[in-house]
Design a protein around this ligand. Sequence first.
Ligand code: GDP
Ligand code: MG
Length: 342
Amino acid sequence: MIPAYNASSTIGSVITGALKHVHEVFVVDDGSSDSTATIASEAGAEVIVINRNRGKGNALKVLFQKAMEAGYDAVVSMDADGQHDPEEISLFISAHALYPDDIIVGSRMHEKEKIPMARYNSMHVARFYISLAANQFIEDTQCGFRLYPLSLIKKIRLTTERYVTETEILMKAGDSGSIIRFVHVKAIYGDNNSHFRPIMDVAAITAYVISYLQIKWFIEGATSNRSCTYSPDNIRDIIGRFKIIDLLFQIVTAFTALPATVLFLVEYTLLSPVINNFVIIRRCDCGFFKITLATHMLPILLIVTILEKILKSFDFKFNFVDNLIQWSFPHLWIKALPLELT
Ligand SMILES: Nc1nc2c(ncn2[C@@H]2O[C@H](COP(=O)(O)OP(=O)(O)O)[C@@H](O)[C@H]2O)c(=O)[nH]1
Ligand SMILES: [Mg+2]
């Protein structure tokens, strides 16, 4: 399944390539002003046209629905802009044969040098928190090249939009006990025209992840031996059903994130003799301290990033941000090995 928006120059070859590996390709053309829909159907895809642009998240929901109605057990999603090589679909299909119940995510993190540094850094920070929310280490949380078992998607209620939805799926699937594996895929960054807005979309993903974790840690902090907190009836999803309340909740949790992590740290430390709370964090063997420290680095990082940008415009070459990010967001998953497929 391919969500597409103004992708007329690449969509044809993506579909032709994909049809070598799968029987059918579904495309959602999302209010494109170019000939994406015509080219997609000429290339052999079934195209669903949405007249007004509603974003990648909505397109994915429409595509999941379509694939379920068509009776499929699993789907591969990929981008329309040529950043994913259709030849690599076979990697996902082989992985699915071994692990039919698990989500398989493409990971590009092994090709750091091919990814623009700002993008790589935001992916590194994102995976730190999204892995904590998903109860397991996920190599690349931002890659749209994935295989989803549809039985798993049916158990999740999706309340977010645009680029947040793919993050929401990983957190909710992992936090309800599913395993998320990865296969290595190529990192392809050419002169692509991205629709991703570096400030607005990163802010939207960050705010959702913070709001999700605060509810998760609130529940985990007060209960013993509980790692999975997600269900479609839990408090986070109830809030998510009301758009304005959800927005307010995300703003409040973003502004209270620093004191809240300190409170969780205290709860983690003081309650440990009585109950086995925060089990996943205990399994990471990192304690809550590193998480609290990392979270307090976020505003510092923002300031350093702005300073570095200003200095770079005067031709001073520094790499503070890169080093600070590697140091502040360490790999926490000592006991749980990354779920790579060999
Ligand atoms: N249907 C639909 N798909 C979108 C939209 N925005 C992005 N996409 C899809 O998501 C993919 C990734 O988006 P892109 O803007 O390239 O983000 P980036 O690759 O992360 O920079 C694109 O190739 C499209 O397939 C949208 O508004 N509607
Ligand atoms: Mg792209």
